[in-house]
Write a protein that binds this ligand. Structure first.
Ligand code: SAM
Length: 324
């Protein structure tokens, strides 16, 4: 272990453990949760504006055109509602919903949770400008770890897990996450789950391999982060971004493919990893859903489907669920 790095306050031992484990597997992988350093968050903001990236536009249409309906579907008790958002990012869609909620008589507190402190501080600034009356309490950290903190308040909650964030988990992880999340909710609390729907390859694949190469840059930035924070020597020019999707399977997958036989050293641990020419590191999955898959996902989780909101093309769905 590199002692100088270890004493750096920004050193994250979980990141090191995740990278050494993932690159040690026969089929190498890196966790998508580490995409979002400051540069990663900036690149993701650019991805959301790309012509190929239909996900944000579709869900944005739901929030701009149906926030009123979403509010009407909520049975707010005691005139107080806590809106918790997991992986809030720039909160630009949520802003429309919050604006509507502020028109109600209820007292609204917004608690966005994100691992990116940069994303949270710009979100806070934007929300203050757009909605000066809103009470905001930001929480920086991993939502897998912060979930139990949700139980600290007894107020009725609307938990937002939108932007297809759940899609970054495989089916087993997604089911156990939803069960855990549901366990932190009280009867009458709501969960809004924003999921990308299964659809043909010619629509989905370009969203993960855009012509301008921003998604490739976003994926490669993960290696840049490992170089910087874990003292590695990845040559970014020796890896390329690859995206795959099959409609029958419903998973989009992103990889970083080694363009040559090479060995990379991770200074933080002293480990070396060898890559064959053409070998791929799996970096992200993006699960596409259907109503049937949603029903399987929430089965046994004490969550009832109240209403489904979709964009006009039916590309994206926000499911409003209530804890029973
Ligand atoms: C795909 S973006 C979605 C942003 C926003 N929800 C939206 O719909 O536009 C994912 C966001 O989740 C955050 N994130 C990813 N993994 C996280 C984790 N494990 N814990 C907390 N935040 C996470 C990222 O920093 C990023 O801001």
């Amino acid at each position: 272990m590199n002692q100088a790095l270890k004493s750096d306050p920004s050193f994250d031992p979980h990141f090191l453990q995740s990278v050494t484990e993932g690159l040690g597997w026969a089929e190498k992988c890196l966790s998508s949760r580490y995409f979002y350093d400051d540069r990663g968050s900036e690149l993701f903001a650019q991805i959301m504006k790309l012509p190929e990236y239909y996900l944000t536009r579709s869900e944005m249409q739901i929030f701009t055109e149906q926030s009123n309906l979403i509010c009407q579907s909520l049975d707010i008790k005691a005139d107080k509602l806590e809106v918790v958002e997991l992986g809030a990012g720039d909160g630009s869609k949520t802003q429309h919903l919050l604006k509507q909620l502020l028109k109600s008589d209820a007292q609204i507190t917004y608690r966005p949770i994100d691992i990116s402190s940069g994303a949270l501080s710009s979100l806070k600034q934007q929300m203050h400008t757009a909605l000066p009356d809103l009470t905001i309490q930001i929480l920086c950290g991993d939502y897998f770890e912060k979930l139990e903190q949700l139980q600290e308040t007894v107020q009725q909650k609307l938990v937002l897990f939108i932007g297809s964030n759940l899609g970054n988990l495989d089916d087993t992880q997604a089911k156990s996450f939803i069960q855990r999340l549901s366990n932190t909710l009280n009867p009458g609390d709501y969960l809004m789950l924003g999921l990308d729907m299964i659809k043909p390859e010619q629509i989905v694949l370009p969203a993960y391999s855009d012509a301008a190469g921003i998604t490739a840059e976003f994926n490669l930035n993960l290696l840049r982060r490992i170089n910087r924070e874990l003292d590695a020597n990845f040559d970014l020019g020796s890896f390329k971004h690859v995206a795959e999707y099959q409609e029958s399977e419903g998973f989009a997958r992103s990889y970083l493919q080694s363009l040559k036989h090479q060995t990379v050293t991770l200074g933080a641990s002293g480990d070396q990893f060898t890559f064959q020419q053409g070998e791929k590191i799996h970096t992200e999955i993006s699960r596409k859903y259907s109503d049937e898959l949603l029903a399987e996902l929430i089965q046994g989780c004490q969550l009832t489907l109240e209403r489904k909101f979709t964009d006009t093309k039916g590309y994206f769905a926000d499911y409003l669920l209530q804890k029973s």
